[in-house]
Write a protein that binds this ligand. Structure first.
Ligand code: SAM
Length: 291
């Protein structure tokens, strides 16, 4: 393992120059230069020796090197080919417990040969694709017991908000079906280099013993969710009628609402989990009856 001083932008810049590498804005590259921030992040992961861990977006290895010190079995997923070869061939080339998967994690994470799933997934996620990545993990039922991510503060607010709160959205529902999410650490802009324009926070996602939405309901529930929340402040009747995903048609929308015990004038942001699940169950019944 190399001995880069991850706290020092100067050092990082020197290594990048030496290796002829450039930072890429499009990949959301903001390195976590705060040693305290990195330590807290690792503590939140509740690691044990030998655990299987996946890291999304290792960059130059600021978090990677700490994970390897914890003696976990680590696979990191990096899109930047220059960073990937530096990690694999220089930084961690002598680490037996380190594997690097090069390419877009939105695709590479789902390669069958990497299964079984790890016990932990972690990442200081690029701002532009952080929420897409988490959504994709959940929609593909990639649900390890614990995930820890650094994200834009607003994304964490959506993941932790409750029905009726301002930030509550379909993403809140999607990420809370299987997980209890907690904003566990705020990271001011100065914790990163280069400094991002937005505030960041660490979210800890702890898997629930029992999911709030049964797994069998998901193929119907997830498209329904998108329809219900399609436009904020619209009633669920209007949103379902201008349906993008479910394409139910007016008659079936009324049937769905009445079977679910709803008037249709409710806003999705205010629906309780019980109402959402009832809507999902009714939609499943209706689709089965149509067969
Ligand atoms: N983990 C490092 C740290 O904390 O200092 C770097 C974090 S930086 C915010 C995000 C990293 O994710 C960058 O290394 C970037 O190249 C990588 N990345 C961006 N998009 C990616 C994608 N689709 N798949 C895999 N890695 C990606």
């Amino acid at each position: 393992m190399w001995n880069l001083n991850y706290d020092s932008p100067k050092e990082i810049e020197r290594v990048l120059n030496e290796k002829g590498l450039a930072m890429s804005k499009k990949f959301g590259q903001n390195f976590l230069i705060s040693p305290e921030g990195r330590k807290r992040l690792i503590d939140l992961m509740e690691l044990e020796k030998g655990m299987k861990v996946w890291e999304i977006g290792p960059g130059l290895g600021a978090i990677t090197h700490m994970l390897l010190k914890e003696e976990v079995c680590l696979t990191s997923f990096e899109i930047d080919h220059g960073f990937a070869s530096l990690l694999r061939d220089v930084a961690f080339n002598d680490e037996e417990n380190f594997d690097l998967v090069e390419g877009d994690a939105l695709k590479t994470l789902f390669k069958k040969k990497l299964l079984p799933l790890p016990e932990r997934i972690v990442g200081n996620l690029p701002y532009n694709v952080g929420s897409v990545m988490i959504g994709k993990l959940i929609e593909n039922s990639y649900l390890p017991p614990l995930m820890v991510f650094t994200l834009q503060r607003e994304v964490v607010d959506r993941m932790t908000s409750k029905p009726g709160e301002d930030d509550y959205s379909s993403f809140s529902v999607l990420t809370q079906m299987d997980y209890e999410n907690k904003l566990s650490l705020k990271l001011p802009k100065g914790c990163f280099w280069p400094q991002p324009n937005v505030e960041s926070a660490v979210v800890v996602m702890k898997k629930r013993d029992t999911p709030l939405v049964p797994l069998g309901l998901r193929p119907v529930f997830i498209p329904l969710l998108r329809d219900l929340f399609h436009q904020r402040r619209k009633t669920i009747r209007n949103n379902l009628n201008s349906s993008l995903y479910g394409n139910l048609g007016k008659e079936k929308v009324e049937e769905l609402l009445s079977r679910s015990g709803l008037t249709g004038n409710e806003r999705a942001e205010a629906l309780s989990w019980d109402s959402l699940v009832r809507l999902g169950e009714s939609a499943l019944e209706i689709s089965r009856e149509a067969l």
